[in-house]
Design a binder for this molecule. Structure first.
Ligand code: WQD
Length: 337
């Protein structure tokens, strides 16, 4: 079966392409290379010995999306990653985020709705919960007003898909709400490639440890947590990738109970920033140069997943530990440098 992976040369997308190929799917990647490089295609091929079909397309161009589906009439399964994803940048450039993240989604769905049956996996985020009222966070937790246009595009995106699946017979979708994806494939041929200054904690840690960055700034240690730093659910990107294959198979097999389902994808374990730093120092046998500074605007105190639904309904469970993820992230950084 041929599956379209949009944003398939990105961090999470590339790892999902590998897992789809491992499961026997033929993969077509669309990517506009705005936040990825064509070298990732070689990394994927080196791992699986199967080169995915690649087309450089910008999903904001409605005509290009229509033409793609004319050329690939046999594609009715889509895993959709292509989107802008920097929380801070989205605050400064809301229209860029609304246009890219929502128009791309709408054009894809407009093509899929023409099919007799279609399967759509949406890359969503725990950001939709904001500061959850209870921890761990279940899928029935309140979706709160997004703190950034990026988070809002995920919330609106889910609603667009839900409303479309309600009226388009044969369209089935699953939104996976990721917690914090980190790490790299154990082959060290693909991993996270932040362009410019990393926004996220783990790539900033590895770049500091390797000497690319002077010092890690820890954004606040006056939160109401054990050690005062924020808590997150850091999930190995390979575990996360496997959840996408399970979700797609669930739709193809018709096992889904609703035509739109949501699953939290995390480890179920929270780790503070300082705990991640300690774990990294143990794994890398290096002392990390960091300094505690003021809080970062928009950070929630704590977010980690209740994974009961993913474990029992989707039949997926994370297997890799924080240590495994940090070790692979460090090996990836060493390999890159
Ligand atoms: C984690 C913790 C920071 C950098 C975001 C998006 C989410 C998803 C993942 C896209 C926080 C602290 C970080 C640094 C630090 N992205 N930190 N110094 O903000 O939980 O989630 O990225 O899908 O949607 O919201 O991840 O890695 O930026 O931050 O102290 O240099 O690390 O304050 O407590 P976040 P993060």
């Amino acid at each position: 079966m041929k599956i379209l992976v949009t944003g398939g040369l990105g961090f999470i997308g590339s790892h999902v392409v590998v897992e789809l190929q491992n499961e026997g799917f033929e993969v077509v990647i669309i990517d506009n290379l705005s936040n990825s490089t064509i070298d990732v295609l070689k990394g994927i091929t080196d791992i699986t010995n199967m080169e995915p079909i690649f087309e450089k397309i910008d999903l904001r161009e409605k005509g290009s999306v229509k033409d793609f589906f004319k050329r690939h009439k046999d594609i009715n399964g889509v895993v959709h990653f292509a989107a802008s994803k920097a929380v801070g940048e989205s605050v400064d450039k809301p229209l860029v985020y609304y246009e890219n993240n929502l128009n791309s989604l709408i054009y894809l769905l407009q093509e899929l709705q023409k099919k007799e049956s279609s399967y759509f996996i949406f890359s969503s985020s725990c950001t939709v919960y904001g500061e959850a009222d209870a921890l761990p966070i279940t899928e029935s937790a309140l979706v709160k007003k997004a703190k950034s246009p990026y988070g809002n595009t995920k919330q609106i995106g889910e609603e667009i898909i839900m409303d479309t699946c309600k009226v388009v017979s044969g369209m089935n979708a699953i939104a996976l709400r990721y917690f914090n994806p980190i790490g790299a494939h154990n082959s060290i041929k693909i991993g996270e490639l932040p362009i410019g200054t990393p926004q996220n904690l783990v790539p900033f840690i590895t770049q500091t440890a390797i000497g690319k960055r002077e010092q890690l700034l820890v954004f606040g240690n006056d939160y109401p947590t054990g050690d005062g730093t924020c808590i997150r659910d850091y999930i190995h990107v390979v575990d996360l990738a496997k959840a996408h294959v399970m979700a797609l198979k669930r739709l193809i097999q018709g096992s889904n109970q609703d035509n739109f389902e949501v699953f939290n994808i995390g480890t179920g374990k929270g780790s503070s920033v300082l705990e991640v730093i300690r774990a990294f120092e143990n794994v890398s046998k290096t002392k990390l140069n960091y300094k505690i500074v003021g809080r970062r605007e928009g950070d929630v105190i704590a977010a980690y997943a209740d994974t009961t639904k993913a474990n029992t309904v989707l039949g997926w469970k994370s297997k890799l530990s924080l240590k495994d993820a940090l070790s692979s992230a460090w090996k990836w950084e060493l390999n890159n440098s």
